[in-house]
Design a protein around this ligand. Structure first.
Ligand SMILES: [Fe+2]
Ligand SMILES: [Fe+2]
Length: 566
């Protein structure tokens, strides 16, 4: 049963049939279809005699024979605003223009709804999607939405209907971003689409929690014949499963990497356990090597490989008797010969393990020096892997900075003399420079401890103005805790404080890092306290009240001494 037969009791009943079945009616149909706006031909009582495709889209159904608008009111005042409720129940206010047409002694009205505006439901324009194209679009695996310039969906392919699990009526005429992104506003990436002269397409990868999906979306402007509205194609690839696979692979890789690094760590601990002096050595070398690698802009994966090499670099010491490793005096030539075998022994042990990095080779080379003075093979310059050159510097810095059975730890100044002295000769210039840069930046941090807020603020502000990174503490116990986590190159501290005095703080801080410089702030006339602080290793003392310049000079001098400049 069609709409005409429902209404077909009035005087225009025959007229409806005529419009639908005669050649005259057909030409009126063709005429209406050429009108881009939604257009309806309405009889004297307001029933629709015929309409175009755009009008069917506006009303969401075929309005032939229905009474879509209060025609009498339209005629009384036109153009006029007509309230109308869509098939989805949403209220629209549409502007209708009315013209009178005389036909077979009757006055008909031509109602047109002007070009779609923001508040109006759009009219489906002729997108010239040729049937062949429709078939191609429908055959695509990707979801394809064809939209007008306001991004409202005008055509959907089969994949999109399946992908969004709904029928075309749910999708048509809605902005695509409502469906895809669950948002009522234009997505930011569309700003890159341009308006004609700029780029004609954008690609976006986006996770849509409201759908539980991950999409790769391409929005492109299609070429349309002159006079036609712009047309956009939105092609959507559902990458949810691919992403799930990738995430699962990442999770497994991470778990594998963790257990792998645990095994590496266990191996190195086993070796270091035989030699209390080198306990923690590999871990410290790995930390420093990774920081130097980062400073040299090595890729993430390279730094990971470098870290593994560092952890395992001394694993060959497992074959060296602990009596040699722990010998307090000089080694005999025989003993020295055995110790020097540790890189080769490590190479033999590691070369059968299929690491994703050249671990065995790098470990083999960690005692080689650019000038050929290293061991075991006396390799030179480029023959030595970059990671082995980074390991060389990190290894020497850490070994010299710690106690050994045959000597006490060496001050940073001496370490720097070795590293700087060998720059470009024994050690790679770029590696040395990266290390010095790290040190320079690190030696920018100052800890200030004073229970008097005014003095604490004063010192903090002066030092911050010098461009230093200042950590200020009123409580010496909290300061010491922070220091133990990450030692500071310089501590400026008051002497008389509740909880822990400055002397105790100096002692404990320098036990953690003997290279830390200390400046103490003393009350006027406390010469005894100042002397005691100097005896504990403080570099300088400042008497309250102090000049800004005096404080600046003392801090600059202490930091440059720490860096080995002074
Ligand atoms: Fe070594
Ligand atoms: Fe080492």
């Amino acid at each position: 049963m069609n709409q005409a037969s429902v209404i077909g009791k009035g005087p225009m009943d025959g007229a409806i049939g005529l419009f639908n079945h005669t050649s005259e009616g057909n030409s009126v149909h063709r005429l209406l279809e050429r009108i881009p706006q939604a257009a309806l031909l309405v009889g004297p009582e307001g029933q629709v005699l015929c309409c175009n495709r755009a009008a069917r889209t506006v009303f969401g159904h075929d309005p032939i024979g229905t009474l879509p608008v209060p025609i009498g009111e339209c005629i009384a005042q036109f153009p006029r605003q007509v309230d109308w409720t869509g098939t989805d129940g949403t209220a629209h206010s549409i502007q209708v223009e009315v013209e009178s047409i005389e036909w077979q002694g009757n006055t008909l009205r031509m109602l047109t709804i002007p070009s779609p505006g923001a508040d109006q439901p759009p009219a489906l324009l002729d997108y010239n999607i040729a049937p062949g194209w429709t078939a191609i679009i429908d055959g695509l695996e990707e979801m394809v939405l064809v939209a007008d310039e306001h991004f409202r969906i005008r055509h959907v392919n089969r994949a999109a209907l399946e992908g969004f699990s709904c029928d075309a009526a749910t999708l048509l005429n809605r902005p695509y971003y409502e469906i895809v992104h669950g948002s009522s506003s234009l997505p930011a990436y569309l700003s890159a689409l341009g308006s004609g002269s700029g780029p004609q397409w954008v690609v976006e990868e986006t996770e849509e929690p409201h759908l539980g999906r991950f999409f790769k979306i391409m929005v492109s402007r299609l070429e349309t014949p002159p006079g036609h509205e712009p047309v956009l194609a939105i092609v959507i690839q559902d990458q949810t499963r691919k992403l799930q696979h990738e995430r699962e692979a990442q999770r497994l890789n991470l778990a594998l990497a963790k257990s792998f690094s645990g095994i590496t760590r266990a191996l190195s601990d086993l070796v270091e356990g035989r030699d209390p002096y080198t306990a923690g050595h590999s871990g410290s070398v790995a930390k420093l090597a990774a920081r130097i690698g980062g400073e040299m802009r090595l890729a993430e994966d390279e730094i990971e490989g470098l870290r593994v090499c560092a952890i395992l670099h001394d694993i060959g010491k497992a074959s060296v008797p602990s009596s040699i490793l722990n010998k307090p005096g000089r080694l005999s030539p025989y003993e020295w010969g055995m110790l020097k075998e540790h890189p080769s022994k490590a190479y033999e042990a590691l070369r059968h393990i299929p690491f994703p990095w050249p671990v065995a080779e790098v470990v083999y080379q960690h005692h080689e020096r650019l000038d050929g003075s290293g061991y075991p093979r006396g390799l030179k310059a480029e023959e030595i892997h970059l990671w082995a050159r980074i390991l060389a510097v990190s290894d020497v810095v850490d070994a010299m900075s710690n106690h050994r059975p045959y000597r006490p730890r060496l001050p940073l100044k001496v370490v720097l003399e070795e590293i700087r002295g060998g720059r470009g000769d024994r050690y790679d210039k770029r590696v040395v420079d990266a290390y010095l840069e790290l040190l320079r930046r690190e030696a920018n941090r100052v800890m200030v401890v004073d229970d008097e807020p005014l003095m604490l603020d004063f010192v903090t502000e002066v030092l911050q103005l010098e461009g230093l990174e200042v950590a200020a503490f009123r409580d010496p116990i909290a300061a010491l805790e922070a220091f133990e986590k990450a030692p500071y190159p310089l501590v400026v501290t008051d002497l008389k404080m509740p909880g822990m005095d400055g002397f105790e703080l100096i002692k404990r801080a320098r036990a953690v890092n003997p290279d830390t410089e200390v400046i103490v702030i003393t009350g006027s006339g406390d010469k005894h306290g100042a002397v005691e602080a100097l005896r504990l290793g403080a570099r300088d003392f400042l008497e309250k009240p102090m000049e800004i310049k005096t404080l600046q000079n003392a801090v600059t001098e202490a930091l440059s001494h720490y860096r080995g400049w002074g």
